[in-house]
Design a protein around this ligand. Structure first.
Ligand code: NAP
Ligand code: MG
Length: 501
């Protein structure tokens, strides 16, 4: 039970992880998660529903009131560090499973996802002992100080694009701060979160501190978000579902943090190092098959470099190796699901109807027999786009970039900000004044200058506008999972004179 099973071809079976035990769903129901490269079943997973969420919340509450709150911060940190080490020891199997369940190329799951998962658990392991209150210099004979305390039971709902990494972003700070958790992974990619459950057990976390309830959003997810017994709900996913979560949480005034969609501008000025900018544009939109909330999906090009940029961008996009994600040389695997693939195809039709043109891609690639049932799509570039088109305004969540040209910087900033989203933005220029001016003027939670898609566990991430609220990672994540208590102490020893004489 203790180590991840190696990635094989037989469908695996997983149960729910509740109160430290592996259990079937009360309904007895299961669902299948396919391998998106082939469409073949990868695993049969117990399907949590309202009743199971009920049990999981009760187990998390019991753990929070019981053993977990008695543990010292140092011991919490040590458990998180032990977990980081176990993940590292099993990184190879976990990366293979992530690739099998999600479709991302093995070079990404091995060299980006897994190392960042470990980094996040290590970073927050160190934070457990650094969560402090403050003393406030209030006037008069008083001593005022604050206690920073955990919230209690946290519901966490995560998406399928970085399954294990999103679990790490959510679990690590919540646990470091002393909370307990009920985690719902995405229906498309429950496998690595459940493998993580085994390692959580092996690390020795007390039972019920982490509970994992795979299932559907409309049932398990909705039951968790609306549950009066949770103190906080953290969600990453679509803006549409984020609004449902916020509404459900409002009834109980449950604290909420949301990390939602994006339609990031990735801007290239004529003075940029063109080769670097082309590579940055590729990284911005084709990484993880474009299934990235901060994808640089709107590429703004200064008019006079348009032809040269597009020539290089197109040539490099066409050279991207799309295919078997388990192959070390593959650069793009399949989209996560048939539903996502169809959604992307729909946007190709929309682009044409709106008057944009398809410079390259726009269809699925021809692949070997073995991968005909997979959900592959070619790297795609739309040209002749203007910022008001749907392909410039709606999150497509695929390897699809919309190219818009500009001549004037003031108008450019206006267009960059003309979106309901505000998660991230990129700019390519050698002019440092312009770069920093842009960083101030763009309404986005993360700005990349002459780079793209950079992350670190110490650096905050989150959105402006409808891209959500709250910041994950860094000390800001600790703020999401703690609350402040202000304590007043009288130092004068005298009775209060106001009414008492
Ligand atoms: P989604 O529905 O927002 O899924 C995210 C998570 O929320 C999943 O665990 C999902 O469960 C759950 N969920 C769904 N409906 C829920 C509800 N009513 N109450 C509580 N939880 C609920 O995203 P999606 O449908 O997988 O993808 C659709 C689009 O969302 C994508 O095309 C993309 O534009 C966007 N998206 C954004 C991100 C991001 O990182 N910002 C990530 C994923 C998707 P299920 O797994 O059962 O759906
Ligand atoms: Mg799957």
């Amino acid at each position: 039970m203790s180590s991840p099973q190696a990635a094989t071809n037989e469908p695996r079976r997983y149960q729910l992880f509740i109160g430290g035990e592996w259990v079937d769903a009360e309904s007895g129901k299961t669902f299948t998660t396919p391998n998106p490269a082939t469409g073949a079943p990868l695993a049969e997973v117990a399907e949590a529903d309202k009743a199971d969420v009920e049990r999981a919340v009760a187990a998390a509450r019991q753990a929070f009131e019981g053993k977990w709150s008695k543990l010292s911060a140092r011991d919490r940190g040590r458990l998180l560090y032990k977990l980081a080490q176990l993940i590292e020891a099993h990184a190879k199997e976990l990366a293979a499973l992530e690739t099998a369940d999600n479709g991302k190329p093995i070079r990404e799951s091995s060299y980006i996802d897994l190392p960042q998962v470990v980094e996040n658990f290590e970073y927050f392991a160190g934070f457990a002992t650094k969560i402090e209150g403050e003393t406030i210099p209030v006037p008069g004979q008083f001593f005022n100080y604050t206690l920073r305390e955990p919230l209690g039971v946290c519901g966490q709902i995560i998406p399928w694009n970085f399954p294990l990494l999103m679990a790490a972003w959510k679990l690590a700070p919540a646990l470091a701060a002393g909370n307990t958790v009920v985690l719902k992974p995405a229906e498309q990619t429950p496998v690595t979160a459940l493998e993580l459950g085994k390692l959580i057990q092996e690390a020795g976390f007390p039972e019920g501190v982490v509970n994992i309830v795979p299932g559907y959003g409309e049932t398990a997810g909705a039951a968790l978000a609306a549950h009066p017994g949770i103190d906080k709900i953290a969600f990453t996913g679509s803006t549409e579902v984020g609004k449902l979560i916020a509404r459900a949480a409002a009834d109980n005034l449950t604290k909420v943090s949301l990390e939602l969609g994006g339609k990031a501008p990735n801007i290239v000025f004529a003075d940029a190092d063109l080769e670097q900018a082309v590579n940055g544009a590729l990284m911005g939109i084709f990484y993880n098959q474009g299934q990235v909330c901060c994808a640089g999906s709107r590429i703004f090009l200064e008019e006079r470099i348009k032809d040269e940029f597009l020539e290089r961008f197109k040539a490099k996009a066409e050279k991207i190796k799309v295919g078997d994600p388990a192959d070390k040389t593959t650069q793009m695997g399949p989209q996560v699901s048939e539903e996502q693939l169809n959604r992307i195809k729909g946007y190709v039709d929309i682009a044409r109807q709106e008057g944009a043109s398809v410079l390259t891609g726009g269809a699925s690639p021809e692949l070997d027999e073995q991968f005909r049932g997979g959900y592959f799509f070619r790297p795609t570039i739309f040209c002749d786009v203007n910022n008001r088109m749907r392909v410039a305004q709606e999150e497509i969540f695929g390897p699809v970039s919309s190219v818009i040209t500009f001549t004037d910087e003031v108008d450019l900033i206006k267009q960059a900000n003309e979106t309901i989203y505000g998660l991230s933005a990129g700019i390519w220029t050698r002019d440092i004044t312009r770069a920093h001016r842009f960083a101030r003027e763009v309404k986005a939670g993360v700005v990349w200058i002459n780079t793209y898609n950079m992350f670190n566990a110490a650096s905050p991430f989150g959105g402006y506008k409808q891209s959500g609220y709250g910041r994950e990672m860094g000390r800001h994540a600790i703020e999401l999972y703690t609350q402040i208590k202000s304590v007043w102490v009288d130092l004068s020893g005298k009775p209060i004179g106001w009414f008492g004489n």
